[in-house]
Design a protein around this ligand. Structure first.
Ligand SMILES: [Cu+2]
Length: 81
């Protein structure tokens, strides 16, 4: 029995990524501006833990695209979940 899942826009998918090499405020801006073209509404960067928490639409901006965009900005990425 599948749960009754409505076909709404899934803008609130949350993905946590391990991102290496982020050290300062301009790194945060690099990450956020790399993700903005994918329609990402919110990307929280935790410099201490090396983590980026992204709110995104999983169909328009799947995790693989988020990772590619961050890597293109120059930061190695590993998904955490
Ligand atoms: Cu920096």
């Amino acid at each position: 029995m599948a749960p009754n899942k409505t076909e709404e826009v899934e803008m609130n998918t949350e993905t946590i990524l391990d991102v290496k090499g982020m050290t300062c405020g301009s790194c945060i801006r690099h990450i956020q501006s790399a993700l903005a073209p994918l329609g990402v509404e919110r990307a929280e960067v935790d410099l201490r833990q090396g983590r980026v928490t992204v709110q995104h639409d999983d169909r328009a901006a799947p995790v693989a695209l988020l990772i590619a965009a961050i890597q293109q900005a120059g930061y190695p990425v590993a998904p955490t979940k």
